[in-house]
Design a binder for this molecule. Structure first.
Ligand SMILES: O=c1[nH]c(=O)c2nn[nH]c2[nH]1
Length: 303
């Protein structure tokens, strides 16, 4: 046998940063994963040697120490960059740092019509995420092997503006064509950045040039706007419009992917009850079906 690949570190590091620079507090609620890799760690697997092992507990501590001084905790990609850069700068035997950060939502409470200074509520389980893998390149270069960000778990529904017809009809088909149906999905969107290898000393400033927060807001807005306004002929067709729009909007994006479960709502046939019409254009009573669900996925790449 041989050690094919390895990464180790701390997962599920929960961290809340409260910004108290003014009386209007802001919060960043994060779940962080930091994984280290490199040939120096091989013997920790193969020869039970811990000489080069940075304890996962120390990795966890590092997340809190850096969050204390960081000015970019609210920009996931930049904070991930700070963490990755720290491990590569501090331990010269570390060859790769792989940082994933999930940001949980807290919406500011509106009390008596006014935004409250320091009270929040969880407006959905949707999260913003980023996944950064940086390697130590030759002669002091930082090579961003991958930087991708995501929206996970954005649950949406529209009550019309969606059809599905003209699909294959054969001996396996029972689904009726429909010109007007409910469309609901739980959006997982991922966008991949193009980041060229840069000199270590320029790594942080190079990342800082990318408008990460604007891109996140824009991808979320485009996703919702396209979902709402498209006269959807299928999940596939609407997905393609969403992804294409964001590729066109942001030159830093190489690829945009969506995974859209089709969360079905079927009109209930009530004809047994006194001939009640509730199908097709008469439908307004539906049965949500948790499973099975369709799953429509695609990646749109820059030509
Ligand atoms: O939008 C849809 N795409 C599909 O491929 C499909 N199959 N059944 N219903 C569907 N709806």
């Amino acid at each position: 046998v041989f050690l094919d690949k390895q990464e180790y570190g701390k997962d599920k590091v929960r961290l809340l940063k409260v910004h108290k620079d003014t009386k209007v507090h802001r919060v960043d609620d994060l779940t962080i994963r930091c994984l280290l890799s490199g040939s120096a760690f091989t013997t920790s697997y193969t020869e039970a040697s811990n000489k080069r092992v940075v304890a996962t507990d120390s990795i966890k501590n590092t997340c809190y120490v850096l969050a204390k001084s960081s000015k970019v905790v609210d920009t996931l990609e930049l904070f991930a960059g700070e963490l990755a850069n720290h491990f590569l700068n501090t331990y010269d035997w570390v060859e790769g740092a792989h940082v994933t950060i999930i940001r949980h939502r807290w919406a500011r409470m509106i009390i008596d019509g006014k935004p409250h200074n320091h009270s929040f509520w969880r407006d959905g389980e949707e999260t913003r995420q980023t996944d950064l893998f940086v390697k130590r390149g030759p002669n002091g270069l930082r090579t961003v092997v991958a930087l991708k960000s995501a929206i996970a778990g954005l649950l949406v529904l529209k009550t019309t503006g969606s059809s599905f017809e003209d699909f294959v009809r054969d001996e396996y088909t029972t689904l009726a064509e429909t010109k007007d149906r409910i469309l609901s999905t739980c959006v997982d969107a991922t966008w991949e950045f193009h980041v060229p290898a840069v000199k270590t000393e320029h790594f942080a400033s190079h990342l800082a040039q990318i408008p990460f927060n604007n891109i996140y807001d824009s991808v979320r807005d485009v996703t919702c706007k396209t979902f709402a306004e498209d006269e959807s002929a299928s999940v596939q067709a609407t997905l393609y419009k969403m992804a294409t729009q964001s590729i066109q909007n942001w030159k830093w994006l190489d690829r945009v992917s969506y995974a859209l479960p089709n969360k079905h709502f079927f009109a209930v046939d009530l004809s047994y009850f006194r001939g009640t019409k509730n199908l097709q254009e008469h439908a307004d009573v539906y049965q949500p079906l948790a499973d099975p669900s369709g799953l429509i996925t695609a990646t749109v790449a820059r030509a």
